[in-house]
Design a protein around this ligand. Structure first.
Ligand code: GDP
Ligand code: IMO
Ligand code: MG
Length: 427
C-alpha cells in the first residue's frame, strides 16, 4: 500500500500536474510543494470552474488535505498572500489549512528586478524566465545572503539583514546593468507587513510530515515545473533554478528516500515547452499548430504561447529513470484525437549518448516512429474499455520504449476526465 506519492512533471512543465494532484488529493492527508515558486501555474477545473494555483498546493480545493509549503520552495510573500486572498474571495478556507515552512527563502522585489533586467540584457540568449525572481532567490540561498520567511516575521532580524541585500542588488542593478535601483524602504515595509500576515501560517513542515508518516497518513508531494527544467539534469542553462526531479522532495521537505512509496510521472501525450531552449521534437507546421489549438497551449503563469512537438521517448526514458518513476499518467490524450498519424521520437541522431547541456541538445535530431491515429474521441473518457485500439497501441508502445507502465490517463481538463488503471495510493 503506497501511502506517500510523489507527482512530478516528466517533460518541460505544464503536463497537467495540478489536475492530477487535485484529483488524488481527495485521498491525501497532506499535499506538499517542495521546490519552485510562483513560476508554476497549475490549473484545476472543477464543475466548469477554473482555478490556477501558483504556490499554494493543489490540495486546497479539497476539504480533507492539509496543504504544506516545504523549505525548498522560494516564496514571494506578496504573491502568496494575493493567492490566499483570491481563494478566500471564492469562499475557500485557506489559512487554517495551509502550513508554510519559515525556512523558505523569500523572493523580494530586488530578485524580481534582477531577473527581468538580466533577461533583457541577455537579448537573444534570454532564457525566457517567468520574471518572478526565482533564479536570484535561489542564488541568494546558495550564497547564504538571502532572507528566509522567518526573517521577515521578525522586525529586528529583517532590519539587520535586508539593508545589505538591497545595497548589493542596487549596486548590481545600477553599476553592472545600468538599470534603475529598487526602492529599499518600500521593499522593507512590504516585507514586514507580509511577514506578519504569513506568520500565523508558519509550521514545522518537516516535523508534521514525520508525524503523519508515522501515523500512516497519506502524503502527496506536488512537483512544479518538469524534469527537463531541472537545474542539474535538464537542458542547462535553459532550466529553472531548482531540482524539479525526485531529489527535490527530500531536500525541499526533510523526508527521507524511504518515505517515498510511489512516484507518478505526469507526461503529456505530446510535448510542450514555454520559454527558450532546445526542444528536439518541436514542430513549426500544421501539426504543431493543431496541438497548440486543441490543447489550448498558453502558459498558465505568463500567458505565453507554448511551443509544441511530438512525444520524445528518449528524453522521457532518461527522466523516468532519474525519478525512479513507478507509473506514468498520460495526460491530454484527447488532444491527439484529431491526428491521422502520431509520431514518437525513439532515437536522436547527431549526438552521442544523452545530451549534456544546451549545445549537445541543439544537435539532437529526432528519429521518429509513426503510428496510426485513432478514430473516435477519447475526450472525457472514463472507461478504459472504450479506448480506441490505436490509442491503446500508442500507449503500449510508449510503455515499451520508456520502460515504465501507464497507470493513469487524463482525457480532459475537468477533474473527472480520467482513467485510473492502477491507483497510486493502492499500488
Ligand atoms: P501543470 O503546470 O502541470 O499543472 O499544467 P498546466 O495547468 O499549466 O497546463 C495543463 C493544461 O491542460 C491546463 O489548462 C489543464 O486544464 C489542461 N489539461 C489537463 N489535463 C488535460 C487533459 O487530459 N486534456 C485536456 N484537453 N486538457 C487537460
Ligand atoms: P509548471 O509548474 C513551464 C520555465 C520558464 C523558463 C524556465 C526558467 O506550471 O509546470 P524561471 O522563471 O523558473 O527561472 O524560468 O523555466 N518554467 C516553466 N515552464 N511550466 C512551469 O511551471 C514553469 N516554470 C518555469 O518558462 O523557460
Ligand atoms: Mg503549468
Amino acid at each position: 500500500m503506497s501511502r506517500s506519492v510523489v507527482i512530478l512533471g516528466s517533460q518541460w512543465g505544464d503536463e497537467g500536474k495540478g489536475k492530477i494532484v487535485d484529483l488524488l488529493a481527495h485521498e491525501a492527508d497532506a499535499v506538499v510543494r517542495f521546490q519552485g515558486g510562483h513560476n508554476a501555474g497549475h490549473t484545476l477545473v472543477v464543475g466548469g470552474e477554473k482555478t490556477v494555483l501558483h504556490v499554494i498546493p493543489s490540495g486546497v480545493l479539497t476539504k480533507r488535505a492539509r496543504n504544506l509549503i516545504g523549505n525548498g520552495v522560494v516564496v514571494a510573500p506578496r504573491a502568496l498572500i494575493d493567492e490566499v486572498r483570491g481563494l478566500e474571495e471564492k469562499g475557500i478556507e485557506v489559512r487554517s489549512r495551509l502550513g508554510i515552512s519559515p525556512a523558505c527563502p523569500a523572493i523580494l522585489g530586488c530578485h524580481e528586478a534582477l531577473d527581468r533586467v538580466r533577461e533583457r540584457s541577455r537579448g537573444k540568449k534570454a532564457i525566457g524566465t517567468t520574471g518572478r525572481g526565482i533564479g536570484p532567490a535561489y542564488e541568494d540561498k546558495a550564497s547564504r545572503l538571502g532572507l528566509r520567511l522567518a526573517d521577515l516575521a521578525d522586525a529586528d532580524r529583517l532590519e539587520q539583514k535586508l539593508g545589505g541585500v538591497i545595497d548589493y542588488y542596487n549596486f548590481l542593478l545600477t553599476r553592472y546593468y545600468e538599470a534603475d535601483p529598487v526602492d529599499g524602504a518600500r521593499i522593507a515595509d512590504e516585507a514586514a507587513e507580509m511577514g506578519a500576515e504569513l506568520r500565523p501560517m508558519f509550521a514545522d513542515v518537516t516535523g508534521e510530515l514525520h508525524e503523519m508518516r508515522r501515523a500512516g497518513k497519506a502524503l502527496l508531494f506536488e512537483g512544479a515545473q518538469g524534469s527537463l527544467l531541472d537545474i542539474d539534469h535538464g537542458t542547462y542553462p535553459f532550466v529553472t533554478s531548482s531540482n524539479t526531479t525526485v531529489g527535490g522532495v527530500m531536500t525541499g521537505t526533510g523526508v527521507g528516500p524511504g518515505d517515498i512509496d510511489y512516484v507518478l510521472g505526469i507526461t503529456k501525450a505530446y510535448t510542450t515547452r514555454v520559454g527558450s531552449g532546445p526542444f528536439p521534437t518541436e514542430l513549426h507546421d500544421a501539426d504543431g499548430r493543431m496541438m497548440a489549438e486543441r490543447g489550448v497551449e498558453f502558459g498558465a503563469t505568463t500567458g505565453r504561447p507554448r511551443r509544441c512537438g511530438w512525444l520524445d521517448a528518449v528524453a522521457l526514458k532518461r527522466m523516468v529513470r532519474i525519478n525512479g518513476v513507478t507509473g506514468l499518467c498520460i495526460t491530454k490524450l484527447d488532444v491527439l484525437d484529431a491526428f491521422e498519424r502520431v509520431r514518437i521520437c525513439v532515437e536522436y541522431d547527431g549526438v552521442e549518448g544523452f545530451p549534456v547541456g544546451a549545445e549537445e541538445w541543439e544537435r539532437a535530431t529526432p528519429i521518429y516512429e509513426d503510428m496510426p491515429g485513432w478514430d473516435g474521441s477519447t475526450q472525457g473518457l472514463t472507461d478504459q474499455n472504450k479506448l480506441p485500439a490505436e490509442a491503446r497501441a500508442y500507449l503500449e508502445r510508449l510503455e515499451e520504449l520508456i520502460e515504465a507502465p501507464v497507470h493513469m490517463l487524463s482525457t480532459g481538463p475537468e477533474r473527472d476526465a480520467h482513467v485510473i488503471l492502477q491507483h497510486p495510493f493502492s499500488g
